[in-house]
Ligand binder design. Structure first.
Ligand code: ADP
Ligand code: MG
Length: 497
């Protein structure tokens, strides 16, 4: 063998050797990364577990808190607010009414023509306006002026068929979905903001008075006849169609529940009976919290950095505003600690709330074999490209863990209400049907979430599940508010139009 040939053999052997070492190191490093990633994943799954026994504990805690909140003001994390709604719609409502719905990402204005028992809802028209983010954290006048202006424009589109009897003022049902201490059916003061709103000078103010002033400023003559929130609106709208509706739950940007309570069972109502003996209670269940809730470090960090730390804990693990954000936090941890998306942490992963729940839901519902939608969303939202199928599968698992925890806890909450009403078990010889009206974008559009929630409720109810019906009250809150404006109209005693 010549010298040159020997040299070449030695050099190529050295190259092969070095390459093998590199490959092995890379493999070891990447095995290390996967091990770390799987540890993070398993830890999350462990902390988010909701076995049926835990859900029963959550439901029991919900029932206990409901009792405490009804007994006294400040007695519980659940405010159990008295809504002053004691006459739910019967179907007899007649006339032309407006409603407006404010309480999350969008704001809706609506008008209806009600035709009583025989004709029902004769006509309904609505418009949706999205709220500019700067108005969500500005001053009260700016927000209310924006709303009044939208109403003014909507009123201007009234056609011939919408004709109030001469001399009558337009009447409005106002759905305002934030915690309000109600002082009558048509007045109430704002307790606090939730869902990303933060307008200091509105807290403690009467929201109907604020709206009325704004209506005056834009020169619109309209009376606010009922103040409710989306949950009560949904309950009222649900009752209009199904007399068996006993509760309503909203799963949208935020989450809340309302139900029909016996007036006598509300000690803080001081024995004041209502005509019907019933009273709708606004639970504000988003603020529920219990040591039984499965919380993770991601939840604690999210809460700490939120506009309302320590508050709305139930909402922060269930509702549409937060699910995507929890997922983002897990992905960031994977990127930082398990080099999950390459050596550099993709900068966009650090932007709070950049991953919205509808995008998470789209990934979760990706049934393509190569998880194309997951890949596209990662690219569009975080500028992360070239992910492996293995990585994308892990992301689906994360979506599952986070969404299913929320869905199962929401079911436990509903089960807690049914328990409080004694409707959680099948009573011999009784086939009383109970309907729970559900609404909100999360419930409506996140299929895996709603399916899991409904299945979990069945699991919790066992045999009694035959008598409990979940009914999707599609945008029931707008029509509900209009119906309540009708049943609290200033013209009730005059001849119906
Ligand atoms: P809001 O609660 O703001 O009054 P909605 O009831 O329409 O309004 O709910 C909107 C919320 O529902 C959004 O903020 C989002 O969190 C959630 N949502 C909307 N579409 C989807 C979707 N496709 N998948 C999952 N969640 C969705
Ligand atoms: Mg809503």
């Amino acid at each position: 063998m010549g010298k040159a040939v020997v040299c070449a053999v030695v050099v190529s052997a050295a190259v092969v050797c070095a390459a093998t070492v590199l490959v092995m190191r890379h493999r070891m490093r990447s095995t290390g990364r996967w091990t770390k990633a799987l540890t993070i994943l398993k830890d999350l799954e462990e902390k988010c577990k909701t076995p049926i026994g835990k859900l029963r504990q959550v439901a029991d805690a919900m029932t206990v808190e409901m009792h405490a909140g009804l007994a006294s003001e400040g007695g519980s994390k659940l405010q159990m607010l008295i809504s002053y709604v004691d006459n739910l719609p019967t179907g007899d409502e007649k006339g032309w009414f407006y409603a407006l719905d404010l309480g999350g990402t969008n704001f809706r204005v609506l008008r209806v023509h009600l035709g009583g028992k025989l004709k029902g809802v004769i006509k309904q028209e609505f418009e949706e306006v999205s709220i500019p983010p700067h108005l969500m954290v500005g001053i009260a006048d700016a927000l209310f002026d924006f709303i009044a202006d939208a109403l003014l424009k909507f009123v201007a589109t009234e056609t011939e068929s919408f004709h109030l009897p001469a001399g009558r003022q337009r009447e409005l049902g106002f759905t305002f979905s934030f915690p309000v201490k109600q002082t009558s059916i048509s007045s109430g003061t704002l307790i606090k903001w939730t869902k990303g709103f933060s307008i200091e000078d509105a807290i403690g103010q009467d929201v109907v008075a604020e709206l009325t002033k704004a209506l005056d400023r834009v020169g619109l003559d309209m009376r606010v006849s009922a103040l409710v929130n989306d949950t009560i609106g949904t309950l009222a709208g649900g009752r209009y169609y199904h007399p068996d509706v006993i509760a309503a739950v909203i799963l949208g940007t935020g989450t809340n529940a309302a139900y029909v309570e016996r007036a006598q069972a509300i000690p803080k109502w001081h024995g004041l009976l209502s005509k019907s003996g019933e009273m709708v209670i606004n639970m504000e269940w988003g603020n529920f919290r219990s040591s039984h809730l499965p919380l993770t470090d991601y939840d604690f960090a999210l809460d700490n950095e939120s506009l309302n730390p320590g508050e709305q804990i139930f909402e922060k693990i269930i509702s549409g505003m937060y699910l995507g954000e929890i997922l983002r936090r897990v992905l960031l941890r994977l990127a930082e600690e398990a080099v999950f998306f390459g050596d550099e942490v993709p900068p966009k992963l650090r932007t709070p709330f950049i991953l919205r729940t509808p995008e998470m839901s789209a990934m979760h519902h990706d049934f393509s074999p190569d998880l194309k939608i997951v890949a596209t969303k990662l690219k569009d939202i975080f500028e992360i490209s070239n992910t492996s199928l293995k990585t994308r599968k892990i992301i689906i698992e994360l979506c599952d863990t986070i969404a299913i925890r929320g869905a199962r806890l929401a079911a436990a909450g509903i089960f807690g209400i049914l328990k409080k009403l004694g409707r959680d078990t099948l009573k011999v010889g009784e086939s009383q049907r109970s309907v729970v009206a559900l609404d909100g974008g999360l419930f409506e559009h996140y299929g895996k979430f709603s399916l899991s929630m409904e299945n979990t409720l069945k699991e919790l109810l066992g045999d009694a599940s035959e008598t409990i019906v979940i009914e999707h009250a599609n945008d029931g809150s707008g029509i509900g508010a209009a119906l309540l404006a009708a049943s609290h109209s200033q013209y009730l005693d005059s001849a119906s139009p």
